[in-house]
Write a protein that binds this ligand. Structure first.
Ligand SMILES: NC(=O)C1=CN([C@@H]2O[C@H](COP(=O)(O)OP(=O)(O)OC[C@H]3O[C@@H](n4cnc5c(N)ncnc54)[C@H](OP(=O)(O)O)[C@@H]3O)[C@@H](O)[C@H]2O)C=CC1
Ligand SMILES: O=C(O)C1=N[C@H](C(=O)O)C[C@H](O)C1
Length: 251
């Protein structure tokens, strides 16, 4: 009998899901046992004896999918975005009833984006001002991106730990949205532009200097090493893990 890890992909016909299907098929230690999309019955996963499912669907679908996966004890690697603290708490509640099951929620699977978040977290305490600009293809459902939201949360956490107060901003009159979305006190600006894929700039400023950290995903293949790492590691991390950095030795 094969000792390969049995992997399913949900959202298999989507932009990143179809790339994940190809990546799993090409990996010698993995067996693609199901490739499901909208309207397919998740019961097929049990029949296929999936060990791990990769969810690359839609923010409206992912929680229902996770409820099923965790109920069946199938480990999950989730790239789908749209997470709030309340939704994460729901996942923790589901996992409490299935303690051997692992779920990785990765706002971004690309190593460059994970490093951008890590560098931003480290830089945050040294600068009075911080803003995030994310730029994506116009078919994206959610704004701000999951990556930008997470980046802003990490910056806000580091600012809080360092005792930094609110950012300087004298704006007293503005059009709706002109100063972006407020994520824990960090402004996040979303651009949707034909021709783009997934890009982010983190801007820091203090007296007399600025620091810009920029990352560009130019092809969906940029996400695949992270997807495969998550698939290989998630079963050994029961409970909820948020962020691929937890599976990387970043020092
Ligand atoms: N973490 C990361 O590194 C990355 C995350 N993402 C995220 O992944 C998600 C998908 O992105 P993308 O591929 O661009 O989107 P797409 O719309 O191209 O793909 C999503 C696919 O999932 C299908 N789908 C919708 N609902 C369900 C469901 N209930 N069950 C199974 N399949 C379903 C869609 O069908 P239909 O078209 O009929 O709606 C579509 O085929 C987004 O949340 C995006 O932000 C994307 C890239 C990288
Ligand atoms: O929808 C996308 O394309 C992407 N979604 C993720 C996000 O919202 O951060 C990851 C990456 O930016 C691509």
């Amino acid at each position: 009998m094969s000792s390969k890890l049995r992997v399913a992909v949900l959202g298999a016909q989507g932009r990143i899901g179809s790339e994940a299907v190809r990546a799993v098929e090409a990996a010698e230690d993995l067996d693609l046992v199901a490739a499901l999309d909208r309207d397919d019955d998740l019961a097929a996963l049990t029949g296929a004896r999936a060990d791990v499912a990769v969810d690359l669907t839609h923010p409206d679908a992912v929680l229902g999918n996770l409820t099923h996966l965790i109920g069946e004890g199938i480990h999950a690697v989730v790239g789908t975005t749209g997470w709030t603290p309340e939704r994460l708490e729901t996942v923790r509640g589901l996992l409490a009833r299935s303690p051997g099951t692992g779920v990785l929620i990765a706002p971004n699977f690309s190593i460059g984006a994970v490093l951008t978040m890590e560098f931003a977290r480290k830089a945050a305490r040294f600068f009075e001002s911080a803003e995030v600009v994310e730029l994506h293809h116009p078919a994206k459902a959610d704004a701000p991106s999951g990556t930008a939201t997470r980046t802003a949360q990490l910056i806000a956490g580091a600012r809080g730990d360092a005792g930094l107060g609110p950012q300087p901003d004298a704006t007293s009159t503005a059009l709706d949205g002109a100063r972006g979305a407020d994520v824990d006190g960090v402004p996040v600006h979303s651009v949707r532009l034909r021709g783009l894929l997934a890009h982010q700039e983190v801007l820091f400023g203090d007296v007399g200097e600025t620091l810009t950290i920029r990352h560009d995903s130019l092809h969906h293949s940029s996400f695949m090493p992270g997807v495969l790492l998550g698939v290989r590691r998630v079963a050994s991390a029961p409970g909820l893990t948020v962020g691929l950095e937890n599976f990387l030795d970043l020092g």
